[in-house]
Design a protein around this ligand. Structure first.
Ligand code: FES
Length: 325
């Protein structure tokens, strides 16, 4: 089943900080948009053939608009730059329905949010949802400087209350938040959510390694492979051949080292839904019944990996994986 998309109108573009704009999308006919929950993202089809996932940063109760925040990163492979340079208010843009790989966990007694730079965007929707439900939360927001800190006015009240704590490191992480120190002692019932650039993600992953895995949630916004491979472009999956079996039909296929499971399923006429094809968006999440996948994704928790596999990027440690398809 293909990912559902819609054509929306860019209603407003707002500069939120140095190099960071928000883009507000609305239905051209003024209709309500499909509902979303905090932590959701949408695929945005950008001119130049780019497809990028951006987290929704507005209040999930809003039905009249989606808002995404985009950093014009000099390291960008083109998508975010194109958003900044080519998208104008009034343009029509194709956007997917929202999907959520990074939901707020209602069972948490306390929610600890760690945002690094533009990784704050999903947290903005989370904060709205947590305030709506009167949940207990703290967000640590790590940026280089005040000027590079988006949503300052929206967060000012919470910062004054101490529920949002800003950390400016001037570009030197050792001068910013002490992540290992913050995460050393976990208060019972606390769930951790984090999103940010690679170094921040690694530091937080290491700092929370002793936390129960079901209490740690994260989302990568900068996939290792940012570009969706162009048609016909070889992807170096670099691994040995293995087999997959489709449980409903018993059909078995070989997955050679230079093809993904998705590639082989499509070659055999199966309709497979994908978006990033880099293990970051969660679109191709598939239940499996047997086998030991070599996961390679950035979405699934340890517990989820026991039941689910991202078939765009996974290889296999066992000879065969049986997919629940
Ligand atoms: Fe995005 Fe597989 S298509 S994780």
């Amino acid at each position: 089943m293909a990912i559902e998309t819609m054509e929306l109108r860019v209603r407003r573009i707002t500069n939120e900080a140095e190099g960071i704009n928000t883009f507000e999308f609305v239905d051209p006919n003024g209709n309500d948009l499909p509902e979303f929950t905090a932590g959701s993202h949408v695929d945005v089809h950008i001119s130049g053939g780019f497809l990028r996932q951006y987290s929704l940063c507005n209040d999930p109760r809003e039905r009249h608009r989606y808002v995404v925040g985009v950093l014009n990163d000099p390291q960008s492979t083109g998508g975010s730059r194109s958003m900044h340079e080519n998208v104008r208010a009034g343009d029509r843009i194709t956007i997917s329905h929202p999907r959520n790989n990074f939901p707020v966990k209602d069972e948490a007694k306390h929610h600890l949010l760690l945002a690094g730079g533009i990784g704050v965007t999903p947290m903005m929707a989370m904060i709205e949802q947590l305030m709506t439900t009167n949940a207990d939360f703290t967000m640590h927001y790590c940026t280089r400087s005040v000027e590079q800190t988006a949503f300052r006015s929206r967060l000012a009240g919470l910062a004054a209350e101490g529920r949002v704590v800003n950390h400016y490191d001037g570009g030197d992480p050792s001068k910013g938040l002490d992540i290992p120190g913050l995460l050393e002692h976990r208060q019972e019932g606390t769930h951790l959510y984090y999103c940010g650039p690679t170094g921040f993600m690694l530091a937080t992953k290491e700092g929370s390694a002793h936390w129960p895995s079901e209490t740690v949630h994260f989302e990568y916004f900068a996939p290792v492979a940012q570009e969706k491979p162009a048609a016909g472009e070889a992807v170096d999956l670099g691994d040995a051949e293995f087999q997959i079996t489709i449980s409903s039909t018993g059909a078995t296929y070989n997955i050679p080292g230079d093809k993904s499971i998705v590639d082989v399923l499509r070659e055999n006429g199966l309709d497979v839904d994908t978006s990033c094809e880099a293990g970051t968006c969660g679109t191709c999440k598939t239940h499996y019944l047997e086998g030991e996948p070599d996961h390679n994704d950035f979405v699934l928790t340890d517990a989820e990996q026991k039941e689910w596999v991202m078939i765009c990027c996974a290889r296999s440690k066992s000879e065969k994986i049986i997919l629940d398809l």
